[in-house]
Write a protein that binds this ligand. Sequence first.
Ligand SMILES: Nc1ncnc2c1ncn2[C@@H]1O[C@H](COP(=O)(O)OP(=O)(O)OP(=O)(O)O)[C@@H](O)[C@H]1O
Ligand SMILES: [Mg+2]
Length: 493
Amino acid sequence: MTKPAFDPEKSIEEILNLEPEEGQPNAETIGETSGVSGKKSTEFNFDIKPEELESFLNQYVVGQEETIEVIATKVCTHFNRMNLEKKIPQKDRPVGTIKSNMLLIGPTGVGKTYIVKLIAKKIGVPFIKADATKFSETGYVGGDVEDLVRELVHEAEGDIKKAEFGIVYLDEIDKIASSGHMYGPDVSRTGVQRNLLKLMEEGEVDLKTPHDLASQVEAAMEAQRTGKVTRQKINTRNILFIVSGAFSGLDNIINKRLNKQSIGFDKTKITGEDRQDVLKKVKTEDLIEFGFESEFVGRLPVYVVLNDLDEEGLYKILKNKHSTVVLGKKMDFKAYGIELGFTDEALRLLAKKANSEKTGARGLLSVFEKVLIKFEKSLPSTNINKLLLDKQVMEKPGEVLKHMLIEDGIHSFQKDFLMQHGIYLEFDKEAVEKIKEMAGEKLRSIKQLCNELFHDYFHGLRLMKLEQFTIPRQAVDNPDEYLNNFIKENYNK
Ligand SMILES: Nc1ncnc2c1ncn2[C@@H]1O[C@H](COP(=O)(O)OP(=O)(O)OP(=O)(O)O)[C@@H](O)[C@H]1O
Ligand SMILES: [Mg+2]
C-alpha cells in the first residue's frame, strides 16, 4: 500500500478538517492498544495549561520562578501540541517539526532534577533519568543511548504507546562535550551526541536490543504461536528530552564572546552573582564552543539557567510545607516512632550552615545528617518519642543528646522502681549532673548505674512509709551513708 504524500501546501485548518481515512490510525485508535501486552493503554490528559503547571511547580520549588515559567510553558505546549497532532492523520502530519527539548544549566542542588520529576508526576507520563556519562558510542562500555527509550517502555509497564509520550531526563550532559581533540574519549563523546540527536528529533528504536538473543527468540516464538508480529518499534517523535548540567567554564566562554563584542571593556573576572548573569546570556555559539556539535545544540531550542540558592532561599525550602528535605528527615525518625519538630531559629541556623557548603539544597541534607545522625542512632533504643530540633541541638548536638539519654535512663529506672515498689524517686539537678559524670561515655548503662546505686533504697524508704523521695547529689556520692543518715534523722519525727 502506498501512502499518500504529505502535502506541504495544506493549511493547518485544512489538515484538521480532514476525516481520517479507513485503516489510518487516528486520535481514537492511537493510544488505545499497546503493542507488547495488548492491554488497554491509558489516554493522557494533556489539557494542562502553562499557568496551572507553573503554579503547581512554584508550590514546591523555591527561587526558580523565571526558569519555571519557561519550563512549564514549553512542557505544556509540547504535550498540548501532541494533542493537536493526534487529530491529524499520520500522512498529513508536518515533517521536520522541532520539539521543545530543553537544556537546563545550573549548579548542584538547585532543583533541576526536582523540577523535572515534579512535571512528570503532575502530567503522569513515564519518566526516566540517567547520566549522560554512562553511555558510549558503541554501547559496548556502559550503555547505548537507545536503552533510554527502552527503559521508558519498562517504566510504562510495557505500554509502548504510553512510553512514546514519556520524558527522558539526561543529567551531566556537559560531560559529553568534546574538548576539540578528535582522538581518545572525545571521539566517543561526539559519537554519543550524534546517537542522541537522532532520538531527540524523531527516530525509531527497536524494543529488543539486537544483542539480546533471548528476547529475539522469545519474540519469534510469540509470533509463531499467535500468528501476529507484535509491534517492536518505539517512535521518539513525541518523547520530550530534557538535559542538564553544571557547565563549569561556560561562563568564561560567554564572557570571552562578550568581551570580543565590546573591545576595550574588560570584564573577564567573574564572581558570585555575576556568573549567573553571564550564564543567562548563553547562546548557541557558546555551547558549540563548549564542545557540542551544532546539530546537537540545534535539537535543544530551549535553554534555561537556574538560580543559585542563597541563605534565604534555603530557609524558604525548609519552611515550605511540601519540602521533601524536611519531610524526608521527619520520616527517617517517624520510622522509629519518633516525632521530629523544628524551631524557626534552628531552621535559620540550618540554612546558614548549608549555605556555606555551596551545594544548594544538598547542603541542607548534609547539615541535617551532621546534626542528627547520633540522635538517629541512639533514640530508637530509648523510650524517647519526641525530638525538638532547636538552637541548642544545632549548636551542641552531642551535649543535648547526652542529656536526653541520661534523662531517659533515669526515667526508665524511676518507672521500674515505681512499678516494683510503689515509690517515686526524684533526682534533683545536681544529682543528674553527677550521674552524668559517672556514666562517662557509656550512656546506655545509666539505668543500670541507677539500679546499682539505689536498688536497695526501697527497704529504708518503706520503713519510713514514704511514697516519694528526692535524691540529691550527696546520695549519688554515697548512697548508703546518705540513706542511713536520713533515716536516723527522720525516723522518729
Ligand atoms: N529550588 C528548590 N526548591 C525546593 N527544593 C529544592 C530546590 N532545589 C533542590 N531542592 C531539594 O533538594 C533535592 C535535590 O535537588 P535536585 O536533585 O533537584 O538537584 P539538582 O539541581 O538536580 O542537582 P545535581 O546537579 O546535584 O543533580 C530535591 O529533591 C529537593 O528536595
Ligand atoms: Mg540532578
